[in-house]
Design a protein around this ligand. Structure first.
Ligand code: NI
Length: 242
């Protein structure tokens, strides 16, 4: 009798543990890279980057989905959209995402005077520092527009991208996912925009598809650090291909 009760209790405990394991995303997340590389290999690294935010509705949904998957990303923010979104920006920072500058109101930086450049970049940097209490923000110029003056005025590394599904176009998540998965390589930097619901949907599907292929999602800073590449002010980086 007691033995049979014990057996049932053990079975119930096993079922409970299985249920808890299945419900704990960090357990599944932690197991993905370990299963995906062998002792002789390093994991494939890839960086998700998001421009033009924050936008409360879509950025919140994205942060929730990334947190469920234990994934870190990089957000290049618009200075004019920081106000009233301070809590979102602090959340990004607290959850291990990297934050960068995408100008104050999304203008091309080429052809600007130093004063106008600073109004776009330095002012955004000051606002971010006031919110987060630290610096270290990378720059992504809108449209990827870079010239000698932009490089000279940047004051920080300039981060472009190697995979662009042009998610602002048809906003078709399925197409964006296929484009990114087909072009993904160890060291890629993916460009998306967290202001579109379809892009958030695509980003999370991309994470799931590339996790299954053994990719580890890291911030831009982590991507280059893993390759022993020191990012330098005024230099342009598009990928960290080995
Ligand atoms: Ni942009």
């Amino acid at each position: 009798m007691s033995r049979s009760m014990g057996g049932r209790a053990a079975a119930a405990l096993a079922l409970l543990l299985l249920t808890v394991w299945a419900a704990a995303p960090w357990v599944a997340e932690a197991s993905v890279p370990a299963a995906a590389w062998t002792a002789s290999e390093t994991p494939k690294l890839i960086a998700l980057t998001f421009d033009d935010g924050p936008r409360r509705s879509t950025t919140t949904a994205l942060l929730d989905g990334l947190a469920q998957r234990g994934v870190k990303a990089t957000f290049f923010l618009i200075g004019a959209q920081l106000e009233y979104n301070e809590d979102l920006i602090r959340r990004m920072d607290a959850e291990g995402h990297q934050i960068g500058i995408h100008t104050y109101d999304h203008v091309a930086l080429t052809g600007l005077s130093k004063a106008d450049f600073d109004t776009q970049v330095a002012v955004t940097r000051q606002r971010l520092m006031a919110i987060l209490g630290h610096d270290g923000f990378l720059l992504r110029p809108p449209y990827g527009a870079v010239d000698a003056a932009v490089r000279q005025n940047a004051g920080c590394p300039i981060i472009l991208w190697s995979i662009d599904p042009e998610d602002w176009g048809d906003q078709n998540a399925a197409r964006e996912v296929e484009h990114v998965v087909a072009n993904a390589r160890d060291g890629s930097i993916i460009l998306l925009h967290d202001i579109f619901p379809a892009s958030v949907e695509a980003a999370l599907a991309i994470v799931d598809r590339l996790h299954a292929q053994g990719y580890l999602f890291v911030t831009v800073e982590e991507l280059f650090a893993a390759r022993h590449i020191t990012l330098e002010a005024g230099e342009v980086y598009r990928d960290a291909y080995p």
